[in-house]
Design a protein around this ligand. Sequence first.
Ligand code: SF4
Length: 302
Amino acid sequence: MLYYNLSEYFRKKYGKRLKKICIDGGFSCPNRDGKCGKGGCIYCGERGAGEHIDPLSSISEQVSRALSAAGDDDLFVAYFQNFTNTYAPVQVLKERYDSALTDNRIRVLAIGTRPDCIDEDICRLISEYKEKCDVWVELGLQTANDNTADVINRGYHIDVFEKAVKLLDEYKIPVVVHLIVGLPTEGIEEIKKTAEYISRFDIWGIKIHSIYVSKDTRLADMYRAGQYTPPTLSDFVEAAAYILTHISPNTVVHRLTGDCPKDMLIAPEWNSNKHKIINEINVYLEKNGLCQGSEYKKSSAN
Ligand code: SF4
């Protein structure tokens, strides 16, 4: 096995692959509304990283629509994807999560958020759902380099990420970290630093995104102005392989590509061909005798 992917995890745990229901929970983001920043991360579009989700439906409508086409044996992840899905009072969070968990075929509550929107009350609430289903929290770190964090207008530094991971860990809530390969000012050396940083934590899951320039983003403005050049496919493959080989073999790999709707993609063109990207990563690993965790050395720094 070249890497421990999510399908394999689902197969071991549930005996089958779970389907994902991507939900727009109607949240905003503190990096857009002025609480911690304005304009958002430079790669984030108006739909808050969930361009393919219908923004006009209620949560229960989104879930019912997905379930209506499903069989009795199908199992699901309810994934709160767009914007910052812990950015509201706890009672509001509870109402919204509850309105997604309406069918016992939904076995996982997955919540995408920012580390600066995690606190003790939120952890307590999320932890309560463990009685009903599995839960995990997805944190958009993207890079461990604070200089890059400023360039991309992420709005927090790594000490905030570390605090959130520690708190989630105390409540035994699994964490999925998101990384992006190809951020402005970053090359393979910065990716290595991020991979080595991540390897210090007991991170349960990882999403490695290849960056894409989407319409209606500040990154698109930079690209048009000649201020940003996306990585080539081979640069991405080398970087993704480095990350995979330096993380724990037990970390579940949720994603190895970016996911931009074709009508929103400006560049790079290769980003629209997921199969090719994954195939190239597999070939690279095989050719070099590598696999997930083959270079993993857990640091004692944390
Ligand atoms: S934190 Fe997420 S939703 Fe908020 S601006 Fe950044 S990418 Fe967009």
